[in-house]
Ligand binder design. Structure first.
Ligand SMILES: Cc1cc2nc3c(=O)[nH]c(=O)nc-3n(C[C@H](O)[C@H](O)[C@H](O)COP(=O)(O)O)c2cc1C
Length: 232
């Protein structure tokens, strides 16, 4: 592959994997991915990212804590008040066309898994797969100093995309995860993060299980013409 093909291949074969093999990820590979990712641009080179790499016990213990909380909220929905997201990742009011795409995404995923609208148990279970990092052996947590502005989230997105593309180039897969955000009051203490930090999102990273149907989901995209205005 020439460089153009290699970059395009890494970008276009990236997808959100939701089933991983128990196969470990080489430590040097993780280090190399972060070495490449840190070249991301950021406004005035502020480099606002802070990454926690969870493996082994640190990963498993966080999984246990958050899965227990997720189950507890299901049993007693009032507990949800304790678990609020620190920032609005999604809009408070959903409008078309975003709501339509969101719904399509959800039902494509659940449809593939044979989960119907009334299957609340199965839905809960599938949602909880997030809090097991979809069985990936590596979980990443990203935090940002609360003092930083909204623009830092733009920088952060570039950094996170760099991680996903660099991982893909090495044959690995990822799933960025905002699902964790509601549980930051459990996650930040687990990370021993300082009071200044807020959780941006999590990410599962590992070797995708290609035999799992969930990983066959191909998400659509709008055409270039639909979002581009060519001006002269
Ligand atoms: C910041 C961010 C957070 C996301 N959070 C989740 C999540 O919590 N759980 C999940 O299964 N997918 C999550 N996704 C994946 C999106 O659903 C996915 O990117 C989108 O449907 C497009 O599919 P693709 O990534 O396979 O191309 C997230 C994606 C991004 C960029």
């Amino acid at each position: 592959m020439n460089p153009v093909q290699a970059v395009d291949h890494a970008i276009t074969t990236r997808m959100s994997a939701r089933a991983f093999l128990p196969k470990p990820v080489d430590q040097q590979m993780l280090q190399d991915i972060l070495e490449v990712a840190r070249r991301a641009p950021s406004g005035t080179n502020t480099q606002p990212w802070k990454v926690y790499v969870l493996q082994g016990q640190s990963r498993d213990q966080l999984v246990d804590k958050v899965c227990a909380a997720h189950d507890a909220v299901r049993a007693n929905p009032e507990l949800a008040q304790q678990y609020r997201e620190t920032y609005d990742y999604y809009p408070t009011e959903w409008v078309s066309p975003y709501i339509d795409r969101r719904r399509e995404n959800g039902w494509s995923l659940y449809g593939l898994l044979g989960i119907g609208k009334a299957d609340k148990d199965k839905m809960h279970h599938q949602h909880q797969r997030n809090f097991r990092f979809f069985d990936a052996p590596v979980g990443l947590m990203f935090t940002l100093d609360r003092i930083m502005g909204r623009g830092s989230l733009l920088d952060y997105g570039m950094f996170i995309q760099n991680i996903m593309v660099a991982a893909r180039a090495r044959g690995l897969h990822t799933c960025p995860q905002a699902a964790w955000n509601g549980f930051s009051s459990l996650i930040l203490p687990h990370l021993k993060a300082s009071e200044k930090e807020m959780l941006v999102c999590g990410m599962a990273l590992g070797w995708a299980d290609e035999t799992e149907i969930v990983n066959t989901l191909v998400t659509p995209r709008e055409t270039v013409a639909s979002f581009t205005t060519w001006m002269s």
